[in-house]
Design a binder for this molecule. Sequence first.
Ligand SMILES: [Zn+2]
Length: 416
Amino acid sequence: MISKERLTDMFARMREFSGPGDGPGVYRLAFTDADWQARSYLIGLMREVGLAVREDAFGNVVGRWEGAEPSLPAVIFGSHCDSVPNGGNYDGVLGILAAIETVRSLKEEGFHPEHSLEVALFMCEESSRFGAATLGSRAMLGELTVDDVRRLKDKEGVTLYDALKGRGLAPDALGKPLYEGDVKAFFEVHIEQGKVLEHEKKSVGVVTGIAAPTRFRVKLTGNADHSGATPMSLRHDAACAAAEIVLAAERLAAAEKEPPAVATVGVLQIAPGVMNVIPGSAELGVDIRSIDAGTKTRVAENLKAAVSEICGRRGVASEIVPISDERPVAIRPSVQDFLEGVCREDGCSYMRLPSGAGHDAMHWAERVSTGMLFIPCRDGVSHNPDEYAAPEDIANVVRLLEKVVREASKKKVTFA
Ligand SMILES: [Zn+2]
């Protein structure tokens, strides 16, 4: 049986692996001492529950429970344990502890899987230290090269290559898949990091896809004229154009319903920034996300058209500078249906929802049948010392993960 007490104890232990850092919350940046100690603790737990532990050249850890037919592809489930600075104790931690508790419970119940079960702990999921996210799962799948880890540096100038070497790992082996063998399915349990489940009063979310951002800058150039001497009709005010663009981004994203899109102008600078001069230039940073590439492209293109219309009308010059255009990941409908079936049978309150944040699962989703379950986190707060998930919600989702894994490990259960 899933034990709430054991889970509470493990979460409390994980919180201790933190530092150095100022202020409240968890500091467990990738490959620091705190991260490495947490990893050792988790390896110990994996061994304790009877898993055969192996690690790869990037430090990712896999604990294997050999199934009745070892040659069948494995069912993998897990998450990460690194954190952002001043982070919380649930992001990632939930997924890896849920996986370990699931194995412990299944073993106690005398369960025998047909497909092998593998608990995966991914290193360096957060971009906080090296500026790039989900590096462990990328390394595992052969998507991270030696050149990449030589190029990525932390604030102190330490390359990821040297950080890996410092932990006795083998970065020179990167570039080819570190995970060997076939995978039947991958599952990850995570806190939502948003407010939807709490708002809808649901205890579980079945993830429909993982959104990815398209980002670009909009540079506007108008005329920095005298604020007193220039009548309204003769102005080319870059800030006014920027304001219209901000509202256009909001309107165009809100118009997308199924699947939804979100657009944020999180950066807005105007110059010269004095009260007696009309803003002559402005720069906006735009971030657009959706789980559907077509939807995201439509919002981006519509916004670019709006920029051109607004600027044309106002006599302001505009330039669009692309920053990034990442591919969103869809979760296969068959896996969503499978997870929904487990939730329905369990009788818990659930809903389907997209993930706005990136996760290790997105790299697996492109290759194998992948599913994610979310639970609410208080006020949607994450990457913050106040991050919190209720013990009841945690125990509930671990119980669901146990059912998911139990089913998925059966030969007769297949995913289209
Ligand atoms: Zn995470």
